[in-house]
Design a protein around this ligand. Structure first.
Ligand code: AP5
Ligand code: MG
Length: 220
């Protein structure tokens, strides 16, 4: 399956993508995680991305699209992928369509995670991620690590993301509404959007997503 996950910051895209990727046996491709890996490895791309990310703005399309394309062309993504955080504006969505067209493949669904803004604020304020891999995500109240400050998956140190400050979150939400939400209409016109609520326990949201994706698949 080839799926795009969309939703505001803190909606649970990363949390659900890890679980869905495991169940659907496709790689989880997060442009945010790829940028954070570049930042920790201090690459040129990381240095460039950091200045935009810390301000809550989008990293320029040219570098983002090239990075996503490169990742999607890896052998593990040959039979499917779950995109988390890409595309993030209409021009990225158009670039993805072009790329898929040249490969003769199509998206199966765009999973839109809905969550009220006050819940987003609570989720982001308590989020902690792992220094070794930002896909290892915890929450001080909702999904606490077994040992405080230590990643359950790999033993890495947990920390709060630099862009999870109150000011930056406000900008990220604004950017989401103005630049990312329009891709939902873009994909609605292709009949691809499946919307679910991201409220409730993590496992229930995963179940809801799997059922919605199955209905979408059966209907085609
Ligand atoms: P990115 O890393 O993609 O951040 P984001 O979209 O703002 O989304 P988040 O990662 O904040 O939230 P999430 O939905 O993954 O939630 P999570 O599962 O962690 O992007 C960061 C930056 O990189 C961007 O601002 C931009 O600068 C740049 N960038 C990335 N992609 C780009 C692109 N394509 N183009 C240009 N720039 C790009 O969950 C949040 C918290 O809630 C966690 O603590 C979790 O444990 C908890 N939680 C999850 N589900 C539940 C639940 N059901 N109940 C209770 N708690 C829950
Ligand atoms: Mg994420």
């Amino acid at each position: 399956m080839r799926i795009v996950l969309v939703g505001p910051p803190g909606a649970g895209k990363g949390t659900q993508a890890t679980r869905l990727a495991d169940k659907l046996r496709v790689p989880h491709i997060s442009t945010g995680d790829l940028f954070r890996a570049n930042i920790s490895q201090q690459t040129e791309l990381g240095k460039l991305a950091k200045s935009y990310m810390d301000a809550g703005n989008l990293v320029p399309d040219e570098v983002t699209i090239a990075m996503a394309k490169d990742r999607m062309e890896q052998p593990d993504a040959e039979n499917g992928f779950l995109l988390d955080g890409f595309p993030r504006n209409v021009s990225q969505a158009e670039a993805l369509d072009e790329l898929l067209k040249t490969e003769g493949i199509k998206l199966d669904a765009v999973l839109d995670l809905e969550v009220p803004e006050e819940e987003v604020v609570k989720r982001i304020a308590g989020r902690r991620i792992c220094r070794n891999d930002s896909a290892h995500v915890f929450h001080v109240t909702y999904s606490p690590a077994k040992k405080e400050g230590v990643c359950d998956v790999c033993g890495g140190e947990l920390y709060q993301r630099d862009d999870d400050s109150e000011d930056t979150v406000r900008t990220r939400l604004e950017v989401y509404h103005t630049q990312t939400e329009p891709i939902i209409d873009y994909y609605k016109s292709q009949g691809l959007v499946v919307t679910i609520s991201s409220l409730g326990p993590v496992g229930e949201v995963t179940q809801r997503a799997l059922e919605a994706l199955k209905r979408e698949d059966d209907g085609k």
